[in-house]
Write a protein that binds this ligand. Structure first.
Ligand SMILES: Nc1ncnc2c1ncn2[C@@H]1O[C@H](COP(=O)(O)OP(=O)(O)O)[C@@H](O)[C@H]1O
Ligand SMILES: [Mg+2]
Length: 203
């Protein structure tokens, strides 16, 4: 906040020395924002574990998430197409964590489609499990990135934290689910998350 106040103070000055100081302050501001993002990502990663599993309709979670996410997607020219299978069985889930997982996957998809693109979100039942599928038609991953994407701090982005996918995987595992990824450079990326149906996990 003090930094913002300082920038505000100097913004009205035309003195060359103040302009130079202002430039430096803008750099410090953007580095602070970057550190804040890394810290947020790290805290999210560290906090997965405090789970509150209740019978949950995945379609409602996805719909509520999309209501919130759609404006951001529109801003970045990302067209979302949801295909939610009606009458999905409940999963034992922690909704805030599922939203976090969706957010991280959609952010990555958006990062992979800097000029915009298509983001498909499907729910369905596969082999007695509830499936969540997230598909983008972005830049995709080569073998090297594919083999390391779940490693903590692995990132191909200059300002990436490398904690997005490790957090997603941690959330999926905490729900006794599995995550699988298919990706080809230039073709796009598909993440498939399978979650156990609620009756299987409840006692
Ligand atoms: N949808 C995607 N399309 C292409 N590459 C991806 C996608 N999702 C993840 N990746 C790759 O996996 C890396 C790790 O992702 P993540 O853990 O979220 O960290 P970050 O987004 O901070 O780089 C990304 O830097 C990128 O190389
Ligand atoms: Mg990410």
């Amino acid at each position: 906040m003090n930094l913002d106040l300082l920038v505000e103070d100097l913004a009205s000055s035309d003195a060359p020395r103040d302009r130079r100081t202002l430039d430096k302050l803008h750099t410090v501001q953007s580095e602070c924002r970057h550190l804040e993002e890394i810290l947020d990502a790290f805290l999210q990663f560290a906090r997965v574990g405090e789970l509150d599993l209740v019978p949950t309709d995945l379609n409602s979670v996805v719909s509520r998430f999309l209501d919130f996410y759609r404006p951001q997607a529109d801003d970045t020219k990302i067209e979302i197409s949801p295909h939610l299978q009606p009458g999905l069985p409940a999963v034992a889930a922690d909704e805030p964590l599922l939203r976090q997982m969706l957010m991280n996957l959609c952010r990555n998809a958006a990062d992979a489609m800097p000029g915009g693109g298509r983001l498909e979100i499907q729910t369905t039942v596969v082999d007695n499990r509830v499936a969540l599928v997230v598909i983008d038609n972005g830049r995709g991953m080569d073998d090297a990135a594919r083999s390391r994407m779940f490693d903590t701090f692995f990132s191909t982005r200059p300002s990436g934290s490398g904690l997005g996918l490790p957090t997603v995987r941690k959330i999926v595992q905490a729900h006794l689910g599995t995550i699988d990824c298919e990706s080809e450079p230039g073709q796009g990326t598909k993440f498939t998350i399978l979650l156990p149906i609620e009756t299987e996990t409840s006692s």
